[in-house]
Design a protein around this ligand. Structure first.
Ligand code: HEC
Ligand code: HEC
Ligand code: HEC
Ligand code: HEC
Length: 117
């Protein structure tokens, strides 16, 4: 019985690790006490959260200013592409992506090698 409990606990632990390691942003949100429900609007999420909910706590003007202050090569929050949906770049539960690369495919253009949290 003890062995079984240990095996189950290990499985759960490994499971949690694999989920957690794939979601850097979520760690930040969890650390700040942002609940699943605040993004998903339901206690047991069944669908992807909408970008609109991000705006309850974040907004483009402030983000654009923060990026500008970091002196990034290209401001992801203030570009000709406009106010893109946040979730095109920020993936809460998986590796985030640089959406700009959908069009700007030239790998030599290092300005687009942004690290998205
Ligand atoms: C900061 C906002 C945010 C928080 C907090 C959050 N999620 Fe999400 N969740 C998203 C976004 C955005 C997506 C869609 C993109 C993705 O998978 O990253 C998503 C997708 C999902 C999906 C997949 C739904 C589908 O069918 O596509 C599930 C399940 C889910 N979240 C569960 C959870 C649970 C459980 C928690 C709490 C532990 C949680 N989420 C916390 C934003 C959030
Ligand atoms: C209930 C409020 C709330 C909601 C809703 C919310 N966030 Fe956040 N978010 C926060 C807080 C608080 C932080 C931490 C800010 C800090 O530490 O300076 C944060 C941090 C972040 C970070 C920075 C992570 C890092 O590692 O630096 C990103 C990216 C982010 N949020 C994106 C999103 C996106 C995308 C959504 C919508 C899917 C969203 N947030 C919804 C409150 C929220
Ligand atoms: C085109 C991709 C892209 C889109 C769309 C985008 N972001 Fe970001 N975001 C980034 C990148 C790249 C960074 C890291 C560099 C920086 O801070 O500018 C970042 C950084 C952040 C941070 C951390 C800022 C800090 O103070 O450290 C937050 C919070 C954030 N984004 C939230 C959002 C929210 C909310 C939206 C939608 C309103 C959004 N982002 C839309 C690419 C994007
Ligand atoms: C739907 C396609 C598309 C998306 C998405 C897109 N762009 Fe562009 N972008 C273009 C086109 C087309 C041009 C004009 C042709 C050119 O110079 O490449 C352009 C031009 C530019 C230019 C001026 C030319 C240069 O290379 O200096 C910059 C800077 C730029 N985009 C940045 C961005 C950033 C940052 C993002 C993401 C936040 C982004 N773009 C997303 C299509 C796109």
């Amino acid at each position: 019985m003890k062995k079984l409990k240990f095996a189950l606990a290990s499985l759960l632990f490994i499971g949690l690790c694999s989920v957690v390691s794939a979601q850097p942003t979520m760690m930040k949100h969890q650390a700040k006490g942002v609940s699943c429900e605040q993004c998903h609007k339901s206690a047991a999420p069944v669908a992807a959260a909408k970008s609109k909910t991000c705006m309850q706590c974040h907004n483009y003007p402030d983000l654009a200013k923060a990026s500008a202050e970091k002196k990034v090569a290209l401001n992801p929050h203030d570009s000709h592409a406009g106010q893109l949906r946040c979730t095109l770049c920020h993936k809460e539960h998986q590796q985030s992506v640089v959406y700009c690369r959908q069009c700007h495919k030239n790998a030599d253009d290092k300005r687009f090698d942004m690290t998205v949290p």
